[in-house]
Structures are given as structure tokens and as C-alpha cells.
Design a protein around this ligand. Structure first.
Ligand code: ZN
Length: 82
């Protein structure tokens, strides 16, 4: 389970997939549907220095995104569920 982010503490404010706008299930601030969450703090060597970007993608949109990669994502299997 993942925390849904600081803005949603205690609330049931839906988190949306940034790509398709579908809302992801949140109960008590906990994301109940697995989704791809990305946070990137851009640094000095980028044009976005000092910016923090964050977005969520539902599993479908994640599949579409990685489907457009020339080099596939590295996939490792977990030996045991945590
Ligand atoms: Zn989506």
C-alpha cells in the first residue's frame, strides 16, 4: 500500500491518472489501486532546475507509455511479496 500524497491526508479526494483522467481508488488517503507514481526533482543540469514534477499513471496508461519505448523497461521478479 502506498500513501497517496500529502494533499490527501485523511480524505477521499480521488487521485487521477494524469494521462487518461481516470480516478484511482483512494480510501483514507491510501491508494487502493496500484498505479505508477513518478516524482522527479530536476536539478542544475536541466532546463527545469528547482522544479519538482509529479504524476500518476493508471496501469493501462503505464502500459501504453512503456509500449512506446524503444528499449523495454527492465523487469525483475520479486522473490517474495513484502
Ligand atoms: Zn490512465
Amino acid at each position: 500500500m502506498k500513501k497517496a500524497g500529502n494533499l490527501n491526508k485523511g480524505g477521499d479526494i480521488p487521485i487521477c491518472c494524469n494521462s487518461c483522467g481516470k480516478s484511482l481508488k483512494v480510501e483514507n488517503g491510501i491508494l487502493k489501486e496500484d498505479a505508477f507514481e513518478a516524482t522527479k526533482e530536476w536539478g542544475y543540469f536541466s532546463k527545469r532546475d528547482m522544479e519538482i514534477h509529479h504524476f500518476n499513471l493508471c496501469e493501462e496508461c503505464y502500459d501504453k507509455m512503456i509500449g512506446s519505448f524503444i528499449i523495454p523497461v527492465e523487469v525483475r521478479k520479486k522473490l517474495e511479496a513484502l
